[in-house]
Design a protein around this ligand. Structure first.
Ligand SMILES: Nc1ncnc2c1ncn2[C@@H]1O[C@H](COP(=O)(O)OP(=O)(O)OP(=O)(O)O)[C@@H](O)[C@H]1O
Length: 396
């Protein structure tokens, strides 16, 4: 959800996850709080019930201050086409993978393809209330257009009466943050491989004119062979080389100083975030401790001397310093620079070669943790209140 002018996402204060919302959205948040959809929910009536009433009385769309019902659908078009209630009967919900910031991420079996997918469920009312419609649509259109072996595969998106759905390939090994939390320190060979995969995907995104703006461990998923899939284009924006943006957005602990200070900034900001991510992977801790807001975070980064542990190889220590360089134009930021870097010596950046073998570290970590979620009912209407049907709690 990433237009530079309207980036907004929730976040949990004071956590390493803290995400910044531009001041503009703090104002806008309240302006939509009493939308038709919200009032509809407040009265406990469903869109379906209201449609029935309207049809029964032969009334035209109500011209109140409420958002007309047709808009509740058209607002989300064309990125989220309408599926008929029978359109989803081949999808079987197997369980809840995680609790996203807006709604659950479901594990779903597509019975027609016999393939498992992840479906992100986003309540329409919440999107309107948070004024993230533009971002949400941009996220889907960017995801639809980017194709790379280290980007999570995009399936489909659609809307029901109350929810939006984004279906993606399912990454059975969860996210990099969970792996890191359970292992804390990752060996250098694995850091090198993960580093090369992320360099390869970021170079691709920048080449096609996209800045990701939220590179962090939680947004990197692991496939069934332990390779990486970058996800969550919620803050991404189109940005050609030579252009700059100014929006303060992202996740505090990963934000480059030029982002924290309100820009101008460009693709180099993603490379700083990669530096933070690789630092955390290799050392078990973040280079700079979290702060409560972007002002204090900037102060801390500027004071910032971070200690690189002595046990790191010279090549890795050097790479981290060059990624965490406060001057964007002096930061490592081009594929050829990584190809010639001592840390990546003898490493290929070709995705096919990088994926040749399963990632041993991940396979051994995950083998003991694999659990299958039991199946639950096949829903007749995918747009029902999903949470009522989930007998399994979403992981926190
Ligand atoms: N395709 C997928 N396969 C497996 N797990 C997934 C998939 N997509 C998301 N998840 C899990 O769900 C979690 C939340 O997903 P995601 O980050 O997309 O939701 P969110 O928190 O609502 O997004 P945002 O970060 O935009 O607020 C991820 O950290 C990951 O653990």
């Amino acid at each position: 959800m990433g237009a530079a002018s309207s980036d907004t996402k929730g976040g949990s204060p004071l956590s390493t996850n803290l995400r910044i919302r531009p001041w503009k959205n703090l104002l806008n948040d309240n302006s939509l709080a009493a939308s038709g959809l919200d009032r509809l929910w407040a009265t406990g009536r469903t869109v379906k019930e209201r449609l029935k009433t309207t049809q029964a009385t032969g009334a035209q769309e109500e011209k109140t201050n409420d958002r007309p019902l047709s808009q509740c659908i058209s607002l989300f078009l064309p990125e989220f086409p309408v599926w008929s209630p029978t359109g989803q009967t081949h999808l079987k919900i197997l369980g809840c993978v995680a609790k996203g910031s807006l709604g659950p991420v479901l594990k779903v079996l597509d019975c027609s393809q016999q393939k498992i997918f992840a479906v992100k469920v986003l309540p329409k009312g919440e999107i309107l209330r948070r004024n993230t419609l533009k971002q949400c649509k941009e996220e889907v259109s960017i995801q639809r257009h980017v194709k790379h072996p280290f980007i999570q595969g995009f399936g489909e998106s659609w809307q029901g009466q109350r929810h939006l759905y984004i279906m993606c390939s399912y990454c059975s090994f969860g996210d990099l943050y969970s792996l890191w939390s359970s292992s804390k320190c990752i060996d250098e060979d694995t850091v090198r491989l993960f580093g090369a995969e992320l360099v390869s995907v970021l170079a691709y995104l920048h080449d096609v004119g996209i800045i990701h703006r939220d590179v962090k461990m939680e947004n990197v998923l692991l496939d069934e062979r332990g390779h990486l899939k970058l996800t969550d284009f919620g803050f991404s924006s189109q940005l050609a080389f030579g252009e700059h943006v100014y929006t303060i957005c992202g996740t505090l602990q990963y934000m480059a100083p030029e982002v924290l200070s309100g820009g101008p900034y460009n693709h180099s900001a993603d490379w700083w975030s990669l530096g933070v991510l690789l630092f955390a992977l290799a050392t078990g801790k973040f280079p700079v401790a979290p702060e409560k807001d972007h002002v204090s975070m900037l102060e801390r980064v500027n004071q910032g001397s971070y200690d690189i542990p002595e046990h790191l190889s010279h090549g890795l220590a050097h790479l981290l310093k060059e990624l965490l360089c406060k001057v964007p134009r002096l930061r490592l930021r081009y594929l050829h620079q990584f190809k010639h870097h001592p840390f990546f010596r003898s490493m290929s950046f070709d995705p096919i070669l990088l994926q040749k073998f399963p990632v041993e570290f991940v396979m051994s970590m995950r083998k003991s943790e694999m659990t299958d979620l039991p199946e639950i009912n096949l829903f007749e209407d995918f747009d029902c209140e999903l949470t009522d049907h989930l007998t399994l709690p979403c992981p926190a």
